[in-house]
Design a protein around this ligand. Structure first.
Ligand SMILES: [Zn+2]
Length: 46
C-alpha cells in the first residue's frame, strides 16, 4: 500500500482500496505523488 520511493500512501487502484484505515494512513503519511509506472511498450491495435 505504501510507496517504496517516497514512503507515502499510493493512490487507490479500486474502490475496495478506499478504506478507513487507508484514509488514516494518508492523513499521517500523505499521498504518493510519484508518477505511476507506465509500461514502455504500450501499443494498441498492432
Ligand atoms: Zn511515491
Amino acid at each position: 500500500m505504501l510507496c517504496l520511493t517516497c514512503r507515502r500512501v499510493r493512490p487507490a487502484l479500486s474502490v475496495a482500496d478506499y478504506t478507513a484505515a487507508r484514509a488514516r494512513l494518508i492523513t499521517r503519511h500523505g499521498l504518493c505523488l510519484c508518477a505511476p509506472p507506465v509500461p514502455a511498450n504500450v501499443t494498441r491495435g498492432t
